[in-house]
Ligand binder design. Structure first.
Ligand code: CA
Length: 224
């Protein structure tokens, strides 16, 4: 699960990043509302932790812009004590949950899990498929008929992304952002390596599905 933190108190943002990474989440953090909106609009996040009072654009405006542009990523709004008035709630900002600072990290983790699950039911089913292949994202297994092979977490995420977008071409940049995040050191050759792993495993289970390379553009999964 990938989480975006938008919080201008940098020590708090960094502490949250560490806590969430220890839970095996992939985390990006930004420190003002404008960057928050830019990152949020990539739609690669499963949950966004958004501070209310932020430089450049406040949290309510970030959500309003996100929702107006059709982004449905669940948002937990962080508020300083006393900020979360009826007025804020009454604005119907589009936040899915609120948490007042200072908060207990266990409480934040519980709410992130709850929102992630809710999104998971809608957007990321445990099992998905295309043509003759079935991917179980929980057990990380790829099967075709009776043949089955284990995938690594990254291979599973990549295949999931390809299946979900099988009618379109995914560029290397899109894949890097989805799998490793904006600030990662991952490069185009990481993508090539994982694509080649997946091709081998598709062949291993005897699938007719192929990952086509569209030169200079990216990759596309096709049933044949
Ligand atoms: Ca703040």
């Amino acid at each position: 699960m990938r989480i975006l933190i938008v919080e201008d108190e940098i020590p708090l943002a960094e502490a949250l990043t560490q806590i969430l990474k220890r839970q095996n989440y992939t985390v990006d953090s930004v420190y003002n509302g404008e960057d928050g909106l830019d990152y949020a609009m990539s739609n690669i996040y499963d949950v966004i932790v958004l501070d209310l009072m932020l430089p450049k654009m406040n949290g309510l405006e970030v959500i309003k812009n996100m929702r107006a542009a059709g982004s449905e990523t669940p948002v937990i709004m962080l508020t300083a004590k006393g900020e979360i008035s009826d007025k804020v709630r009454g604005l119907d900002s589009g936040a899915d949950d609120y948490l007042a600072k200072p908060f207990n990290t266990e409480e934040l983790l519980a709410r992130i899990r709850a929102l992630g699950r809710r999104r998971g039911e809608v957007v990321v089913p445990d099992a998905m498929g295309l043509g003759d292949i079935a991917l179980d994202t929980r057990s990380l297994s790829l099967s075709c008929g009776a043949a089955e092979v284990k995938l690594t977490r990254k291979e599973s995420e990549l295949l999931e992304y390809l299946i979900a977008n099988h009618n379109s071409v995914l560029s290397k940049d899109m894949i890097i952002e989805k799998l490793w995040g904006f600030d990662s050191e991952a490069e185009a050759n990481h993508v090539e390596v994982y694509i080649s792993f997946l091709r081998k495993k598709l062949k291993y289970v005897g699938s007719k599905a192929v990952i086509n390379t569209i030169r200079g553009v990216g990759y596309s999964l096709a049933e044949e």
